[in-house]
Design a binder for this molecule. Structure first.
Ligand code: ADP
Length: 919
């Protein structure tokens, strides 16, 4: 550094900066100054710790003094003059001073002194220069560590040093304390990797620049052994030895600690005040949470109290933003298990917060607040355990969004201050709270009375039953609420309890919704002169008895109103009570005959009797609620009626059947119609079978006829042809014409007979249903009509068709007929044929559509009749058997055939075939 540059430095940079850069330097340094007017009155302004160590002196001894006067120098008076002169001119000099070590040894140490005038003052910066004069070991890290230790060991700030390779060689107490670690933890570890900054590379950059000799500052958190992270504002100061940086040390000050004390003392004071004025643990914790979350801008706060016996944490009190779903949680249902790991963390972190990202909440994955936290952008959170001795007495948890991170320090500070006092408080009230809870939770009536029988305390059950508030309770006496009839006994018992240990009695209490029958146990505490009362509500028992009585009245009314014979059978005494139905339904008037199971069962048809009785027994043994049976029951006139009997069993607590209530319903009319139905059905089935037989016969007849007709026809045809071609027979024009008519007729007849044969064969085929690829069938059919298609200039469009279960040859015939018709009944220059497919649950449906001549709707049904034609043979050739065959084929496939058509525009023939043929 040239003289000139120091001058500039001093001019442009505040003294503070220079000071901070030499403050931690291991080289001894000091700053002196003099008034420009009097160069000889040199005075020490500042010395760094290294200088104090070197000279074995303290600040008071040095500040304001002239170094040339207090330190021995090797300079003569005359030489001093030149020094002062050099200072005035801003030149540098290299004086040496004699330094005495505590051991008694003295060493001459050389300084380089740069001088810089600044206004009416002149400053000199002294830096220890010739380190070779010092003992060797002073250079060693060991020595440095000692130096640092002396300086920083007791500091509240965390301090550590890294060599140029980033290895730590010193750290102070505060560092280990705050990172929850010890020396061994950092061995072989890169501390730099444990520093976390907002920008990832920030630490690296700062460290690199520090190694270049430039002091840096850095806002970072440091993670040690614990998950806890605190933020520090670090100063990175290069350690310069022999004008070379060989280490950097980090001094970190907790970023948020500074003015916290005064700022938050008020909050703590406020909260503590609640402790004094409030008695209710819940209110206190709720208020504490509200206060904290609000003051620090944290969105959520929770208090969890541990249940040490069950090793669970229970959500006890919370503050969430309004209107959020998890605000409705029931506290009791929310508890989490405390894992060993978590407990360990709590112990080792004692008194310190657990800072975490909300994505790492230690709570259950399914915990709904996690989802909420994500949704609301609450990414950071921390949990603050509250301790009393070794015991965790509560855990505060807070959540906030990232922006609020800087407030975490504040909250941590306040929480730390609070937790000690809270710990004592919570533990104190917890026991009271627990017993209070118990008091409120038991289903029985509990109260505390003073010796005069005035209410002192009562649980919710009592308050609700009497319809009074806790606040006004003390105005009332117990006897006020006792029914007049029970006043005397209650009075007596309240008195008795003071001499006896325990008294028990029943009384009637006037509740807000009516009288309550209570069974009381009273005990007396003579020390405090109070009576403890506990009661069970036995009103229900009383009500039940009453209901039962009312019930039997109702039974009578009910039995009159309905036609069934209803009964109630007391199984224990084997007594049956009957309603009116016994008479109405069966005409029985001698009710006495029916009052036992035996009496009743006598009238069951002998064919049903044992079965019915057996079923009743079996149902009750199986503890079934309901028994249902159908049997015949004899009427007064000796005839039997069909009965549907339904009985409900009633069991006692031991599970034995005690009663049965039931009704016998007359199902005779039903049975009768059922029988007629069965008969009708039989007749129908018989008729269907007959018809089937007729059909078969008819088919066989058609087959035989057509088959047998062929033979004589062939003969007629052959002889007519012979006649036509014979030269021997004399023919004239007329006879030739007749012969040709006869031949023509015979040809047609042959066609008709063949068609008839085809038609009748449809029903007789032996072929089985099998899987048929409709695409292939259609493809083969179209091949046959290839020529006709070309001749007529027609086009065919086919959808992809499914595979179905069908009789292959018949399906081929079906398509053949429909396609040939579609081609034939078409006079358009460009006939178009489309084949489509759809399906419903039970059937496949195929359609053959054309743009041909169409069919008038009035013929839609007729065209399926054999030989029915709408055109004569000159117009369109054919016999009229095609569609009849089609109809038979689809019927064989359990389907239907139908047509939609508009004359002149085209027709669409559709048929369905079943998906599930019964073979
Ligand atoms: P044929 O074609 O031998 O006359 P069909 O039983 O196949 O016998 O048809 C009966 C009648 O139904 C035909 O004469 C014809 O009038 C009418 N028909 C059948 N298919 C069509 C069609 N695609 N377009 C118009 N009419 C048709």
């Amino acid at each position: 550094m040239s003289d000139n540059s120091l001058e500039n430095t001093l001019k442009f940079f505040p003294k503070k900066l220079i000071l901070s850069s030499i403050q931690y330097s291991p080289a001894a340094a000091m700053i002196t100054s003099f008034e420009t007017a009097n160069s000889k009155e040199l005075a020490i302004e500042y010395v760094n710790p290294a200088f104090l160590r070197l000279t074995n002196s303290d600040n008071e001894e040095l500040i304001g003094k002239n170094p040339f006067k207090i330190f021995k120098t090797d300079a003569e008076d005359q030489q001093l003059q030149t020094f002062y002169q050099a200072f005035s001119l801003g030149k540098s000099i290299r004086p040496e001073i004699l330094v005495k070590f505590p051991s008694g040894e003295s060493v001459w140490v050389r300084f380089i002194v740069n001088s810089a005038p600044s206004g009416d003052k002149n400053y000199q910066l002294w830096i220890e220069q010739d380190l070779s004069n010092k003992k060797k070991e002073e250079l060693s890290f060991e020595k440095q560590r000692e130096h640092l230790a002396r300086l920083f060991d007791d500091s509240d700030e965390i301090v550590f040093s890294l060599d140029v390779y980033g290895q730590m060689f010193y750290a102070n107490e505060a560092f280990y304390r705050n990172t929850g670690s010890d020396e061994s933890f950092w061995v072989e570890k890169q501390v730099l990797n444990s520093l976390h900054t907002a920008e990832k590379a920030e630490t690296e950059t700062a460290f690199r620049d520090a190694i270049q000799g430039i002091q840096q500052s850095l806002l970072a958190s440091i993670s040690g052994r614990s998950a806890r992270q605190l933020w520090y504002s670090f100063t990175l100061t290069p350690l310069i030895l022999n004008s070379e940086v060989n280490a950097v040390y980090f001094v970190g000050r907790e970023a948020t600690m500074i003015q916290l004390k005064q700022r938050y003392e008020l909050i703590i004071k406020n909260i503590i005040e609640f402790f004094l004025s409030e008695d209710d643990l819940k209110t206190i914790l709720q208020k504490t949470l509200e206060n904290l979350t609000q003051k620090f801008g944290w969105e959520c706060g929770e208090v969890w109290l541990p249940d040490h016996i069950n090793r669970r944490m229970k959500l006890f009190s919370w503050k969430y933003p309004e209107g959020e779903q998890f605000k409705e949680f029931k506290e009791v249902s929310l508890s989490v298990e405390v894992s060993d790991e978590f407990e360990h963390t709590l112990k080792t972190q004692k008194g310190n917060p657990l800072l975490h990202k909300s994505t790492h909440l230690y709570l259950d994955e399914n915990f709904p607040r996690k989802e909420y936290a994500n949704r609301a952008g609450l990414t950071i959170g921390f949990s603050m355990p509250v301790f009393l001795g070794d015991k965790t007495v509560a855990l505060f948890s807070f959540l906030a969004s990232e922006e609020n991170k800087e407030n975490s320090g504040d909250l941590i500070f306040v929480m730390r201050e609070l937790s000690q006092r809270l710990g004592v408080y919570i533990e104190k009230h917890r026991t009271a709270y627990d017993s209070e809870q118990l008091f409120e939770l038991v289903p029985d009536f509990l109260c505390v009375l003073d010796a005069n029988g005035r209410f002192y305390k009562a649980n919710r059950q009592i308050l609700d039953a009497l319809g009074i508030e806790q606040a006004e309770l003390k105005k009332h006496s117990f006897l006020e609420f006792v029914d007049r009839e029970y006043q005397a006994i209650t009075h007596e018992k309240l008195h008795e309890v003071k001499t006896l240990q325990l008294v028990k009695f029943e009384n009637l209490i006037k509740g807000k919704d009516g009288l309550l029958l209570l069974e009381w146990s009273l005990t007396y505490n003579s020390d405090e002169q109070i009576i403890y009362g506990a009661a069970k509500d036995i009103t229900l028992r009383m009500k039940y008895d009453e209901e039962f009585r009312k019930g039997s009245d109702r039974f009578q009314l009910f039995s009159e109103a309905i036609s069934d014979a209803i009964y109630e059978w007391d199984v224990v005494t084997d007594e049956i009570i009957w309603g009116e139905g016994l008479k109405r339904l069966f005409g029985h008037t001698n009710y006495e005959d029916f009052t036992s199971l035996e009496g009743w069962s006598k009238y069951i048809h002998p064919g049903d009797r044992e079965r019915v009785k057996g079923n009743i027994r079996a149902s009750s043994l199986r503890r079934e609620r309901l028994w249902v049976d159908e049997y015949r029951y004899q009427c007064a006139d000796g005839l039997y009626k069909y009965i549907l009997d339904r009985g409900v069993f009633i069991y006692n607590e031991k599970g034995d059947v005690v009663r049965m209530v039931g009704a016998m319903q007359d199902i005779n009319p039903l049975k009768e119609s059922e029988e007629t139905l069965i008969k009708l059905n039989d007749a129908l089935q018989q008729r269907a079978r007959q018809l089937q037989g007729f059909n078969k016969e008819l088919e066989q007849f058609a087959y035989i006829v057509s088959h047998d007709l062929q033979e004589p026809l062939r003969m007629i045809y052959s002889f007519m042809q012979l006649l036509q071609n014979s030269e021997d027979v004399e023919k004239n024009e007329k006879s030739e014409q007749y012969i040709s008519f006869a031949i023509d007729g015979a040809v047609r007849m042959k066609r008709l007979i063949q068609d008839l044969l085809t038609y009748s064969r449809v029903g007789t085929t032996e072929e089985d249903f099998q899987e048929v690829d409709m695409n292939q069938i259609l493809h083969e059919t179209i091949m046959v009509y290839q020529q006709a298609i070309r001749d007529k200039n027609a086009s065919i469009k086919i959808e992809d068709l499914p595979k179905v279960k069908a009789i292959q040859s018949l399906i081929g015939q079906l398509f053949d007929n429909l396609i040939s018709n579609a081609l034939k009944y078409n006079n358009k220059p460009k006939p178009e044929i489309g084949i489509f497919f759809e399906e419903d649950e039970t059937h496949y449906i195929f359609c053959v559509e054309d743009n041909g001549i169409g069919i008038d709707a009035k013929y839609f049904d007729m065209i399926y009749l054999p030989f029915k034609r709408l055109h004569n043979k000159n117009e369109y050739s054919g016999t009229g058997i095609g569609l009849a065959v089609c109809k038979k084929i689809v019927e064989k496939h359990n389907g239907k055939i139908w047509v939609e058509s508009t004359p002149g525009l085209g027709s669409k023939f559709c048929f369905s075939i079943t998906k599930d043929p019964i073979q």
